[in-house]
Design a protein around this ligand. Structure first.
Ligand SMILES: [Zn+2]
Ligand SMILES: [Zn+2]
Ligand SMILES: [Zn+2]
Length: 375
């Protein structure tokens, strides 16, 4: 595959820098088999082009019968064409033809900066919408530039599609990315950008990347920055997910605590309730909490900061009281004591607890159990 080098890209850009707005009734990008000839069909009706018609346009291009335009290309090449046809196919070529030198019946225009064969493939496409697969593969980047510069939207879409659906690869992605930006192909540039980020290690070792570093250092910087941003937002997403998981677990533990103290479960519960030893429990934290409560009840240290398990239990009890909506009828131990202690706490502790409670409630969202619902 021939990649467009920096010089020819520059030339192609210099040739006609700003294409005119796309014509409203631009032909749609059908492959030659399905070319629609709206102007030949009755109004509102379309007909598929026959192979005979297609061959006719192919012959007209190949034989150049009564051609009146010479298109000069790199290295002294010439492509012959019909002014009426290429002028209708491209508004930019029409403008160039108006100003072209005329000698007898011949008008001359020039398309430099891309290989001669790419120009030939381009003009042929204007006639018949036909191309050889190998030529498309070889010249797709040149055709993308030509279709943009000469305002041939259906060819531009075709090139974008061909790249997106297979011709884009790690080796050419940096070139295509730059061309897509130059040719105002937002979708293609986005696809390239994603590919570059995804395969950054390989891409950054490629020749294309090194060339871009030299020719467009700002673009290289932008890509690097967007990659750092992407990495950071990925980390942030993971952090948020982990945080969410913790808050959900805490909420579940809070529900399980109320459930154990109010209903009893398996082996622990209020003295006036019968235990349901082998019943399945819907609270995931219930079993762990049951063990923790058992430990707390029996631990010799049992002071805040005394043993890690007891410390955890104290924290859960305190968190409960922070969440508890009605401590007067609550059956969780120490609920009211903690509520009374809150006023004696330092401002710093107070804020810390407030943030935690808010985060838990926000993470849990709408489905907050009634025992924690605040008035
Ligand atoms: Zn339970
Ligand atoms: Zn303990
Ligand atoms: Zn309570």
């Amino acid at each position: 595959m021939t990649n467009m080098d920096g010089q020819s890209l520059h030339n192609a850009k210099k040739l006609v820098p700003v294409p005119p707005p796309l014509p409203r009734s631009a032909a749609t990008g059908y492959p030659c088999e399905y070319l629609v000839m709206n102007n030949l069909a009755p109004r509102g009706q379309s007909s598929c082009i026959s192979s005979a018609t297609r061959d006719l346009w192919e012959r007209l291009f190949n034989e150049g019968y009564k051609a009146d335009v010479r298109i000069n290309t790199d290295n002294g090449g010439i492509v012959y064409a019909h002014s009426s046809i290429i002028a209708v196919a491209s508004p930019v070529l029409r403008g160039m033809l108006k100003q072209a030198d005329r000698r007898n019946r011949w008008r001359s225009i020039s398309i430099f900066g891309v290989p001669h064969d790419a120009v030939r493939v381009f003009i042929r496409y204007l006639y018949s919408s036909c191309y050889e697969k190998e030529e498309m593969e070889e010249f797709v980047l040149h055709l993308l530039v030509l279709s943009h510069v000469y305002s041939v939207p259906h060819l531009k879409r075709l090139c974008e599609q061909k790249l997106e659906l297979g011709l884009l690869n790690i080796d050419n992605v940096v070139d295509v990315f730059q061309l897509a930006l130059l040719c105002d192909s937002p979708r293609l540039s986005l696809i390239c950008h994603r590919k570059i980020i995804k395969h950054f290690k390989t891409v950054s070792a490629s020749e294309g990347w090194k060339a871009m570093k030299l020719s467009h250092p700002i673009l290289e910087k932008e890509v690097l920055e967007s990659m750092i941003e992407e990495e950071n937002s990925k980390k942030e997403r993971v952090r948020k997910m982990n945080e969410r998981e913790i808050y959900l677990q805490l909420y579940d533990a809070m529900e399980a605590l109320v459930h154990i103290c109010r209903d009893g479960c398996r082996t622990i519960g209020p003295h006036d309730k019968a235990f349901k030893a082998n019943q399945p429990c819907r609270y995931a934290s219930c079993k762990g909490l049951e063990l923790l409560v058992r430990h707390f009840a029996g631990c010799k240290l049992r002071v805040p900061g005394g043993c890690a398990h007891c410390k955890r239990m104290w924290q859960l009890l305190e968190l409960h009281s922070r969440l508890c909506a009605d401590p007067d009828i609550c059956r969780v131990p120490l609920c009211r004591n903690f509520k009374q202690r809150i006023s004696k706490q330092s401002k710093k502790d107070e804020i810390r607890w407030k943030i935690l409670v808010e985060k838990i409630l926000r993470t849990r969202g709408i489905g907050i159990a009634s025992c924690f619902r605040r008035l």
